[in-house]
Design a protein around this ligand. Sequence first.
Ligand code: DC
Length: 216
Amino acid sequence: MMDKRRIAIDGPSGAGKSTIAKGLAAALKIDYIDTGAMYRAVGYKMIREKIGLEDREALKAMLADTKIDFSAGNILLDGEVINDRIRTPEISKMASDCSALPEVREKLVLLQREMGQAKSVVMDGRDIGTNVLTDAEYKFFLTASLEERARRRWLELQEKGTPQALADVEADMAARDYNDSHRPLNPLRKAEDAIEVDSTDMNAEEVMAYIMNLMK
Ligand code: DC
């Protein structure tokens, strides 16, 4: 039997976490768990059901009646594939906001721990190395300059046919970074035993090769 390998990848938005995590999962033939997508799913459902950030009782009831799963590269919210619907600037903002709420974190962290318990996984997010899988065999903290991360997201939005001004993308990203690293509960932070990788001047293949090499 192959040893269990859990790989935690944390870092700010636009650092390339999901590209690298997906690549590693494919190369190692293990599951990829995108924890950001789980916060996005909750944010999406809150908007759809018109539950405000202060409406904690409604939020609790909603969470108790919410199922989030991954299957064949898709994210499922209550059985429905929501992949593309959670990648909008509106949902990005709501995901960041709702991720500060204890009710939301409690539910999703529990679910993530379960997902990482029994098998090898690559999990990316903000608090995987510091909180969700503190005993992961490998921990990486992936960063890049704000300018470069904004440029990548700006390109992505253009390719998707939903262009936005670069200055707006950069301002949104800076606000979200601030939010994610200053909330009291499990903020974005490099775990002491994580290896920091700065991808500002590297493309995805170079980062993959670099990380695979570190793992050896
Ligand atoms: O990685 P992402 O941009 O899809 O994440 C969306 C939001 O979810 C992000 O702003 C912060 C939050 N998040 C979190 O608090 N903890 C995680 N492990 C992953 C994401």
